[in-house]
Ligand binder design. Structure first.
Ligand code: CMC
Length: 391
């Protein structure tokens, strides 16, 4: 007689209401409801709260778009200025977080430093474990205000430079560039960074946003969710791609070297960073703006080298693989033209995306259902137990 606990996988699966079908990488799976953004991958369109990202990139600032995302309405002038003022007053870091950053090795990856500092902020936030909507909004505001300070502070510590206090008179992007370099940036530079943050702000259930929603769905707090989001963003298939794209452009060196670089990379089945997308089947609408900004910045600097290499690679990739570039590709050229260190590119993606992650945490907390999918089991069942002295 068969022992009662021995079952075949075929017998167990139907009882567990599981199918043997599995979607690799959850491609095409709808895993949450959101009112925050919508992507039309076939047409290459993106809306934040129903507003076309093209219109926002043309007319709005980053913080105006954050307000839109969090409050589901475009702010009136007085509301925007109150919102900007509240955030500007919260830019300084608590002493414990400054100490934590000071203790990190100078060769630590800035993305890892950011992850550590956001986690440390959660240790000292007076409302850390309050997940009411009001507290979530306040914590989201503090995080958006303080993340640029973390990036600038870590960078100055590692370069052994004195810290620069935030200037409440400067807007969000200009203040970051000022804290990083110690000099007031040009309007063009501040505007370019601000628009890049607007374009990075929100993008549906990408890997990092999904991560933050999973964490929030356990009713864990905002800082835990954002720390997890930063961790997910770090990888080269996601936010880490903007750094890898720039390293690749530097390796290619000249527009004339693009074809042979592509030959070798494709022959070796390497991914070309900054190309391809899980959702877009045509041009990523964010790339349209970053390409234009990259061109403008290179014309202004009188040096179009990196724009030319990027453009040639874009044409080559489309002709050979039918692949379009994504948001991270021209962002690399834009950030490089702004004189930013390459290992700050992904932290700056995180700076822009934090407000989007926070919006998802709030949405999840307001309509919570634990996110807990199942895995398709591919192992054996009921393997015979062997006592340790007989293995
Ligand atoms: N270079 C060369 N081939 C590529 C690339 C690329 N960048 N992207 C996709 N392909 C090919 C891939 O080799 C595969 O070909 P085949 O079917 O012959 O094996 C096919 O296209 C499908 O690729 P996939 O990796 O299975 O597609 P996915 O939807 O799982 O991956 C992706 C999407 C973004 C991870 C991928 O395109 C990729 O690795 N790109 C490079 C990294 C990158 O730029 N990441 C940023 C993503 S967008 C913004 C962000 O999240 O930060």
């Amino acid at each position: 007689m068969r022992p009662f606990f021995v079952d075949t996988l075929e017998q167990v699966l139907p009882r567990m209401n599981m199918t043997e079908q599995n979607t690799r990488g959850l491609a095409g799976v709808v895993a949450a409801e959101t009112g925050l953004s919508f992507i039309d991958g076939a047409e290459g369109r993106l809306w934040y709260r129903g507003f076309d990202v093209h219109a926002l990139a043309k007319h709005a600032s980053y913080l105006e778009s954050v307000y839109l995302l969090w409050y589901d309405a475009l702010p009136a002038a007085i509301e925007l200025s109150a919102f900007e003022g509240t955030l500007a007053r919260q830019r300084a870091l608590p002493p414990a977080v400054l100490d934590a950053l000071r203790c990190l090795p100078a060769d630590a990856a800035p993305m890892a430093a950011l992850r550590t500092a956001v986690s440390a902020l959660g240790q000292v936030d007076p409302e850390a474990d309050d997940i009411s909507h009001e507290a979530d909004l306040r914590k989201a505001g503090r995080l958006v205000a303080q993340l640029p300070t973390i990036v600038a502070t870590f960078d100055r510590f590692r370069r052994d430079l004195d810290l620069v206090d935030p200037d409440p008179e400067l807007d969000h992007a200009a203040n970051f560039l000022y804290m990083l370099s110690g000099t007031r940036p040009s309007e063009t530079a501040a505007r370019a960074l601000d628009t890049s943050w607007l374009l990075y702000l929100e993008h549906g259930l990408n890997a990092s946003t999904f991560t933050t929603r999973v964490v929030a769905s356990t009713l864990a707090d905002m800082h835990s969710a954002i720390t997890a989001g930063i961790s997910a963003l770090k990888g080269p298939l996601h936010g880490g791609a903007n750094e890898k794209a720039m390293e690749m452009l530097l390796e290619i060196g000249t527009a004339g070297s693009v074809p042979s670089f592509v030959d070798t990379a494709l022959e070796q089945k390497q991914k070309i960073m900054g190309f391809g997308h899980r959702v877009y089947r045509t041009e990523d609408p964010r790339a349209t703006h970053l390409r234009r900004m990259a061109e403008e910045l290179s014309l202004e600097a009188g040096d179009s080298r990196w724009y030319d290499v990027s453009r040639r690679l874009e044409v080559e990739m489309f002709e050979r693989k039918g692949l379009h570039c994504n948001v991270d590709f021209y962002c690399a050229t834009v950030y490089y033209s702004l004189g930013l260190a390459i290992d700050l590119f992904t932290p700056l993606f995180a700076v822009g995306r934090t407000a989007g992650w926070a919006a998802h945490v709030m949405e999840q907390h307001m309509h919570n259902k634990l996110i807990r999918p199942r895995a398709e089991y591919t192992g054996e069942l009921d393997r015979p137990w062997v006592p340790i002295d007989r293995r």
